[in-house]
Design a protein around this ligand. Structure first.
Ligand code: BES
Ligand code: MN
Ligand code: ZN
Length: 569
């Protein structure tokens, strides 16, 4: 696993006098007008900040603006200061002052500030990297200084963003002529003058961000890894090696013969023509050493289950994809990567950070290839649940393996809630692009919990409907269902397909004949709370953008980690 790329430290009692000598580079998040830290630094640097401001034609402290103040001498050393604007036009004009302790409209306040601080962290890193310093200081003197000092979440969010921006996938590069990619930064110090919480609280919050960062880097690596280097067996053994890093994580691997005897026929049908055997990997996080005074061992509670689609390469099978659409199909295991990343973060944090709920991650790892032995359009497969599927398009393979995985998860674990992540449909990219993932749920409570975890973690999701009218589109004339819909709403018909494998607590006609009428009530409670997140658009960034490198994004790691935390209370 990748170690954190550089150190993050915090400074609570800033000594501005020594800053100018201790740091070759200082970032100052600022407003339109100079704040108190700026005024002080300006004095220490012989007025170079105010001179630079006066000379600049453009810089007015607006959010996104940068101003370089370089070449001044402070106590015999050459230092450099970069001003980062924080004023947003609306609040700047209205002169809004925001009080961090005001709980009114708190959620909005929180999420928009989190995204601001997140982009600032990215700017800080990219500038420090471009300049090539080994250490840098970040002082916050911006519009929302009061917010900044109100909660450890904001400061650590800025730090996390800087860490995430530093991600590179260079394992296969042998040449770098200019050395531009080499990371020289060793330490970033955040100065939080006047913070209204303890340093311990900040370090605890930061520990959580570091673990999330490790999980995200792991997920990005897995997605970026080329498909020849990461077939199912290799993917499985990478997961197995994780268990040695944490005593609260147990990994179980089902190989092809185990899958056959368990009846994963739909999953195996997808894998059939590949040279590489399929694997299903089950990761168990068991909370250990519960804190004193906590209620009866939470590990006896039903676990939270995450299911991930792990198609290590999706050629489409006999319904072969055109070359352009196949280029990125090594990323078709992004759901599995996110589940693995989340379990990595959760098990690293453990009960010490309040992860008191057992969590299970299940990933189905297959390669979808054409060949003489491949499944054909028109084949009918009998899924693990017993339901039959007419496979009319072998490129709609994700839902086939998820059908078996979802069923298996419910039968074995009776989860308190089950969330699947999958790069399931191209239609999702048409609908929401790279910004939001689409999600579906059969449970209002779960849907709203997911949404609130999404807004605090910055991984954006947007809900789409499940409805009978869409469901009828996947009826088959000769089997229980077919694996493609009739035309429009491709992401929704895919979700409807998955929902047919979710226990809804209703008695099927067959079983109601056999059982007594009373069963109605008891079985109704066995409905599985389920959500499906289609991450086809968000897993892969075609181009790099601020704070987001090109390639695998690690989307889902933070969302699932916060959900696991949320289910612990
Ligand atoms: N893995 C693809 C979906 C996908 C496409 C993910 C582009 C990321 C980027 C999935 O297996 C697939 O091929 N889906 C088909 C379904 C269709 C045949 C009903 C699609 O979306 O075209
Ligand atoms: Mn496909
Ligand atoms: Zn696929």
């Amino acid at each position: 696993m990748k170690s954190p790329p550089f150190e993050i430290e915090f400074e609570s009692a800033p000594q501005l006098e020594s800053y100018a000598t201790d740091y070759p580079l200082i970032f100052l998040s600022c407003c339109k007008a100079a704040g108190s830290n700026e005024t002080c630094l300006d004095k220490l640097t012989g007025g170079s900040i105010s001179r630079a401001r006066a000379q600049s034609q453009r810089f007015c402290g607006r959010s996104g603006q940068l101003l370089d103040v370089s070449g001044f001498e402070a106590k015999g050393k050459l230092g450099r200061i970069v001003l980062l604007g924080t004023e947003r036009s609306a609040s700047a004009e209205a002169g809004v002052s925001v009080d961090g302790e005001d709980d009114a409209a708190d959620l909005d306040l929180k999420t928009d500030f989190i995204s601001e601080i997140f982009s600032e962290g990215a700017r800080v890193f990219s500038r420090a990297h471009a300049i090539g310093v080994s250490s840098a200081l970040w002082v916050y003197d911006g519009v929302r200084s009061k917010d900044f000092t109100a909660r450890p979440a904001y400061v650590s969010e800025g730090a996390l963003s800087a860490l995430l921006s530093s991600y590179r996938f260079d394992d296969y590069r042998t040449e770098d002529e200019h050395g531009d990619r080499v990371l020289r930064l060793r330490k970033l110090v955040l100065s939080v003058s006047g913070m209204r919480y303890s340093m311990d609280a900040l370090e605890t919050e930061m520990a959580r961000r570091r673990a999330e960062c490790a999980g995200i880097f792991l997920a990005r690596d897995l997605v970026n890894e080329p498909p020849n280097e990461l077939p199912p067996q290799e993917f499985a053994s990478r997961i197995s090696s994780m268990s040695s890093a944490s005593s609260s994580l147990r990994v179980e691997v089902l190989d092809e013969s185990a899958l056959e005897s368990a009846g994963f026929r739909a999953l195996l049908a997808v894998a059939r023509a590949s040279e590489h055997d399929a694997r299903v990997v089950i990761m168990h996080y068991e909370p250990q050493e519960l804190p004193k005074g906590s209620p009866a061992s939470s590990s006896s509670l039903p676990p939270l289950v995450f299911v991930g689609k792990g198609v290590t390469f999706d050629s489409g099978g006999l319904s072969l994809k055109p070359a352009k659409s196949m280029e990125d199909m090594k990323m078709d295991m992004g759901g599995a990567a996110a589940v693995v990343g989340a379990l990595c973060a959760i098990s690293q944090l453990g009960t010490k950070h309040g992860f008191n709920r057992a969590c299970v991650g299940i990933v189905g790892l297959v390669e979808n290839m054409p060949g003489g032995n491949a499944q054909r359009p028109g084949d009918i497969v009998r899924t693990l649940s017993g339901k039959t599927v007419e496979v009319l398009n072998t490129d709609a393979e994700g839902r086939l393996l998820l059908a078996d995985l979802l069923w298996y998860a419910q039968e074995r674990f009776s989860p308190c809630a089950m969330i699947d992540l999958a790069t399931l449909t191209g239609a999702m990219i048409v609908a929401l692009g790279e910004e939001y993932a689409g999600y579906f749920s059969n449970d209002e409570g779960l849907a709203s919990r997911l949404l609130s975890c999404s807004s605090s973690s910055g991984e954006k999701i947007w809900r789409l409907p499940l409805a009978q009218a869409y469901d009828s589109q996947i009826d088959s004339p000769i089997a229980d269902m077919k694996n493609i819909g009739g035309g429009g709403a491709g992401s929704i018909t895919a979700a409807q397909f998955l929902q047919r494998f979710i226990k809804d607590g209703k008695i099927s006609e067959k079983s109601s004949e056999k059982s007594s009428k009373k069963k109605d009530v008891s079985e109704a409670s066995s409905a599985t709370k389920w959500a499906h997140i289609d991450i086809a658009g968000v897993t892969w960034a075609a181009k790099a953008r601020l704070g987001r490198p090109q390639g695998g994004s690690g989307f889902g790691v933070r969302l699932l980690t916060s959900l696991a935390r949320d289910f612990s209370d």
